[in-house]
Design a protein around this ligand. Sequence first.
Ligand SMILES: *Cc1c(COP(=O)(O)O)cnc(C)c1O
Length: 428
Amino acid sequence: MKELVPQPPAIVRNDVIEIQSLFQQNVVPSYGRFDLVLSHGSGSQIWDITGKRYLDFGGGIAVTALGHAPPAITEALIEQSRKLVHVSNFYYHAPQGRLAQALVSLIGPGKCFFANSGAEANEGLFKLARKFGHDEGRFEVITALNSFHGRTLAAIAATGQEKIKKGFEPAVPGFRHVPYNDLAAMHAAISPATAAILIEGIQGEGGVTPATPEYLLGLRQLCDEKKLLLLMDGVQCGHFRTGRFQSYQRILEGVPGGDKFIPDGISMAKSLGGGFPIGAFWVRQPYADLLSAGTHGTTYGGSPLGCAVALKILEVIHREKLADNARQTGAFFKAGLEQLAQKYPGVIQTVRGVGMMLAIELAPNISAFAGEGKTAAVRFTNLLHAAGLLAIPTATQIVRFLPALNLHRGEVEEGLKIIESVTASLAG
Ligand SMILES: *Cc1c(COP(=O)(O)O)cnc(C)c1O
């Protein structure tokens, strides 16, 4: 039988140039992409279309919680898609109710709203803050310098980095930024219009900078005194990446009064769906009904398919004790990186982070990187790629490792060898 529709031309193996030219001609060039065309993965390994294998220590920027092509996600997708892929939020369905229940039990008394991304989850928190302050004419949200909260108009207004706002003025009003981990600066910034404070428990794009316990406890007290909502962006640092469900739980471990700390709202995404796009925010009980019927919504948020995947990920994390793995394998990895920093102080200046959210800060004047062009972070990352390891650069000097929560020790050992080979080659 004659084909009615012509077959698209086959993508020939090794045809890196052809795929890149499809992007150049047809995809908006809003990303600076690496020269890699990826094909398939398994766990923490990924292959490009030329057949070269890499260890993936970038995890899709803290997304692929269970690694690539995890059978549990495949099964959840197949099983749920045979029943229901989507229904409108005009109706009830079991997966959304169960996922909300699971998140509430991991955080504390409150309720959840489901969105499709981190920026959208934060948008929900901004609307919550405005609703909360509305009757008193309060609307302002104070955030931290070097923060990152997403790429929508309100999220770039919330983000404390000029480069992300540039060219998109006028900014959505009602956001101001103060230095991170500086309680006095936050105190001084509060105005009669302030309704909420939003911070990341560990700044991710800012360079893997954890909040100090004193900062978290101090912000809680400040928000109670001034009747402000304390909102936390857990999109990157949440979902067991630190060894606890939320980063503040890890940061405040063993700190007097730490077990009583709880924010008023938390945004989630990234590892929540392990690669399936889903976001969420949790809001603490006294404020859980502020967003009443008709005030907020999204077509796809909390779909049966997305919630079934998120539930499966939580089940696997629990069954395979991946929070403990993130903590222990992360500590092993960090110790290895610290040894490299000691051995090659001219290349690696500091090591930061906790669990599976780690970073190295490169020394400022690595001679091999002299001259203009790309940042040291990008150039170091390119060398890692060539040596067979994926990582995520940020700022100008920082290279992040945000691997799958089920990364194992053997993979860390292999990864450390690759990182050492690149570091040693720059030390000369
Ligand atoms: C990635 C990220 C976001 C934005 O999430 P998207 O899903 O890309 O919209 C927001 N906040 C933090 C801390 C992030 O790391």
